[in-house]
Design a protein around this ligand. Structure first.
Ligand SMILES: [Zn+2]
Length: 255
């Protein structure tokens, strides 16, 4: 496998899987099957023709509108396909053409779906996080960072957020975060081990407080925002797969 062949294969895979992730993003929160029926326009119910389903290009060709009822088709579709392709290529660059790449592509795909669903619906479906914990643990029997780190990652990742959530609930008498976040961080620990899970949590908290603080400052504290913690965790986890260990040293330098 030459480098250019590997890039071509992973890019094509990114476009195809990105297209499938759009289906998951749309249907999972609505409780619909991700296998059947074939894609339809949400406006008029007209079935899509095969060339409408061509990643990115299909959306550009129809000018971002259904060709029958002119309902706007969300630019989220081509964005998800492009981002999936970009993140897949970055993983190839990071880990190279080896079996671990398949695990990483699966993980990145799950992070993309959770990012968008949490952003749009403020939920993190169990259909992804629970099987994710199992798959991540099994993968770590064979790949880095090994099953010990993964097992500690699940326990610590799930445990830390659960304790924070409980404490917030006791202090404020309201739910500060859903248990979806707990299961998602446990899944991240299962795939990446406890070290990178920690980096993910710190990165997500840091970016979350900066963005949350900016929003409150702009709104002068009039509104209470439920920030999509899962979306921040997804970004933090993908960042951690690339620069996790240098970041960990940098964070530890503060203490
Ligand atoms: Zn339509």
């Amino acid at each position: 496998m030459t480098a250019s062949m590997a890039i071509g294969v992973v890019a094509a895979l990114g476009l195809a899987i990105g297209s499938f992730l759009n289906v998951c993003i749309y249907r999972l929160p609505r409780g619909e099957s991700i296998v059947t029926p074939p894609s339809r326009c949400p406006g008029c119910g007209q079935g899509l023709r095969w060339f409408d389903n061509v990643p990115v290009l299909g959306w550009l060709l129809i000018g971002g509108r259904c060709r029958h009822c002119r309902t706007a088709v969300s630019p989220m579709y081509p964005i998800v396909e492009s981002v999936t392709t970009l993140l897949f290529l970055l993983q190839l660059w990071q880990v190279g053409w080896q079996p671990l790449l398949a695990i990483r592509l699966l993980f990145v795909s799950a992070m993309i779906v959770l990012f968008v669903i949490d952003l749009q619906h403020r939920i993190l479906p169990n259909a992804i996080t629970l099987p994710g914990i199992v798959v991540g643990l099994v993968a770590c029997l064979f790949f880095e960072p090994g099953w010990r780190s993964a097992l500690i990652g699940v326990a610590a990742g799930g445990g830390v957020l659960w304790v924070v959530g409980e404490a917030y609930f006791r202090l404020r008498g309201e739910e500060g975060m859903g248990f979806g976040d707990v299961k998602m961080l446990a899944m991240i620990g299962a795939f990446l081990g406890w070290q990178l899970m920690l980096v993910t949590l710190l990165t997500a908290s840091l970016t979350g407080s900066i963005i949350g603080g900016a929003m409150i400052a702009v709104d002068r504290g009039n509104m209470k925002y439920a920030l999509p913690l899962g979306s921040f965790l997804a970004v933090g986890a993908v960042v951690a797969t690339h620069v996790g260990y240098p970041l960990l040293e940098w964070y530890l330098g503060f203490y």
